[in-house]
Design a binder for this molecule. Structure first.
Ligand SMILES: [Zn+2]
Ligand SMILES: [Zn+2]
Length: 218
């Protein structure tokens, strides 16, 4: 479903899946295709908004947890899109299976076509790439100054935060990452799970809520 302008949200489709976001520009990017098991559902949802897999030029991910990257290789086959990951994710790619086996799922392998730098230009939209460790060491978020959207992966959700008990997690790092994200001028917080948070005031309130109720025990 459309969130704003050329930004679309395909909500998580079941257990161990994640929210998928699509930004339709000269380059069309799909962030976090989710779990491979739900790729048919994803394609159905995309068609509901008038997109075919082949419309996607770049597939990227917020971090290497299977609920976010499981469908990367299948979606590449369907779409012919290029896979872009951050150099820090390249570093952790060999370890990705460790967390997947924690969830009892076999890891679908993939390799990247190119690496993300500090920003990815899609045409009229720029995505700034922000390192946000804490939930996982390879976590990144995507912020567009033009659209004021923040794709936050599993760093921060609607009135919740990402878990820190998986390999490489750190409460202190998560707090620092959340504080960093709170400095952006955001109208739409687009998290990896649960609902989108809409409106600048609601986004600010959400950061305040999370600081108040989660920071003490992180
Ligand atoms: Zn995660
Ligand atoms: Zn997740």
């Amino acid at each position: 479903m459309r969130v704003t302008k050329n930004v679309y949200w395909f909500p998580e489709r079941g257990l161990l899946d994640a929210n998928t976001y699509l930004i339709d520009d000269e380059l069309t990017v799909l962030i976090d295709p989710g779990l491979h098991k739900y790729v048919k559902r994803l394609v159905k949802d995309m068609r509901g908004d008038g997109f075919e897999p082949r419309d996607v030029d770049v597939i990227t991910i917020t971090h290497l947890h299977i609920d976010h990257y499981g469908a990367v290789s299948v979606f590449k086959e369907l779409s012919g899109a290029k896979i872009a990951i951050h150099p820090i994710q390249k570093q952790y790619l060999p370890l990705a299976g460790e967390v997947s086996s924690f969830f009892g799922i076999k890891t679908p392998k993939f390799s990247e076509d190119f690496h993300l730098g500090e920003r990815l230009s899609l045409g009229s939209v720029t995505l700034d790439i922000i390192r946000t460790p804490g939930h996982s060491p390879d976590s990144i978020c995507f912020y567009s100054p033009e659209l004021k959207i923040l794709v936050s992966g599993d760093v921060i959700f609607d009135r919740s935060v990402g878990r820190t008990d998986l390999p490489g997690g750190s409460g202190e790092e998560l707090k620092a990452s959340i504080n960093k994200l709170s400095t952006f001028d955001t109208e739409y917080l687009l998290p990896g799970h649960m609902s989108v948070v809409e409106g600048k005031r609601n986004v600010i309130n959400n950061f305040e809520f999370v600081r108040k109720y989660y920071f003490d025990w992180l």
